[in-house]
Design a binder for this molecule. Sequence first.
Ligand code: FAD
Ligand code: NAD
Length: 472
Amino acid sequence: VDVPVEEKDLVIIGGGVAGYVAAIKAGQEGLKVACIEKRGTLGGTCLNVGCIPSKSLLNNSHLYHQILHDSKHRGIEVGDVKLNLAQLMKAKDQSVSGLTKGVEFLLKKNGVEYIKGAGSFADEHTVNVKLNDGGETSVKGKNILIATGSEVTPFPGLEIDEKRVISSTGAIALEKVPEKMLVIGGGIIGLEMASVWSRLGAQVTVIEFLDQIGGPGMDLEVAKSIQKILKKQGINFKTGTKVVSGDKSGETVKLEVDSAKGGKPETLEGDVVLVAIGRRPYTEGLGLENIGLEKDERGRIIIDSEYRTKIPHIRCVGDVTFGPMLAHKAEEEAVAAIEYIKKGYGHVNYGCIPSVMYTFPEVAWVGQSEQELKKAGVPYKVGTFPFSANSRAKTNLDTEGMVKMIADPETDRLLGVHIIGPNAGEMIAEGTLALEYGASSEDIARTCHAHPTLAEAFKEAAMATYSKAIHF
Ligand code: FAD
Ligand code: NAD
């Protein structure tokens, strides 16, 4: 490229959660930073087509569903309730654009140069950028951070057109409510999107290969319980069932499914099929081959415990490398990587990363599940407390779910917390903090919790773990 090459302390490729958080942190630390993003907006998958738009749809579809089906007995009688899908989508788009613009402001505030274009390694210190507005430029970095994220894993033989065969990106932008929707994969994306469209009136069937929904990380007892609750809400499930092939040549999209243990094959039909079988690291066009960087068998960029690739000044964080594909994990890693660059040390506690599924009720957990402890041969004790015995849940008429706590039988140290319930996603912060600080269940049980709150169920589950709950 025939332009003067500017040198930065840090060049970041990717302006998703991992990239933009690293950019802000590095700016705060006084580094000269450039952040390259090709999407046209900052925030990556999470802000543009992931966490944020999906939560907007989950929140507003829940309100719609609640007004329709859960208001009369509360003493609220409403007239004609109508869905305005275009407005629902507009509200979602407004949340997204407000937040992505907010991130752009934060980069500016912290002195980060935001380069709109696609970055590709020219050599170990130079990144060429194909600018979105045309033309090319080039930046040099003393350090480089790869934060290029992930993309949907396609289903072989069933091309995603985002209209009839959709990924999560199509699922947050449908123009009309499908009559029949099939969902391949009962992980978090499958269940959140199944909830949205089922609440808005679609007949939804989720097909999951494993015997449990929610992905293998979810505690089995919790997974069974939320499956029952979601079924009652109208979502159909086929667990232990594998989708073997798909065909979209006809009027409807057809899926051939097989019992995972080998049984009778069956054909299912839907107007829309959502492919939600996971995501894979994204490194297309990055030019890794130009600098000899390696990926593992799942396409993840290989790094050490300090986020360094085998070229020590090139680090990597977020979905494109190891670990759970979660925004808050990407964020923690981004901060730690900058701290390594600036100070030589940083830290992420991978045993303490919460997971939240934003269905209604929400499901949230941190630490280990019963099945993981059993598999590892670790002894444990369990305490539970149902929301049906919690005063706030009862006053709110939202009593489904429970708090389940797992602790070491000898030391009483907390090993895991699993919650199904209204606000579980907020409540798990307390469990995460307790786990991070190495609390015992008795520590939690002896901490005063305000009354009447849902958080009292958390305290009572802790009481049940080391002694007995008062209200159950
Ligand atoms: P990304 O967000 O994917 O960002 C990478 C960015 O890099 C992209 O914007 C891409 O355009 C850019 N890029 C790639 N290559 C180049 C290049 N060569 N040059 C320039 N730019 C490039 N996680 C949660 O924790 N909570 C949730 O509720 C949640 N909900 C989700 C819902 C959905 C539907 C989906 C799909 C995901 C959800 N996630 C959620 C996961 C979350 O979005 C990811 O874990 C997170 O976005 C990872 O951040 P990242 O920065 O590593 O990658
Ligand atoms: P996932 O890995 O969580 O779930 C995919 C599911 O599909 C698995 O349960 C798997 O057994 C099943 N599956 C795979 N092939 C199948 C087949 N042929 N037939 C039937 N079932 C099949 O992936 P996802 O739900 O696509 O989510 C992708 C990533 O995005 C995850 O890492 C997730 O953590 C993240 N995400 C997080 C949130 C959140 O935190 N609330 C929300 C959405 C997405």
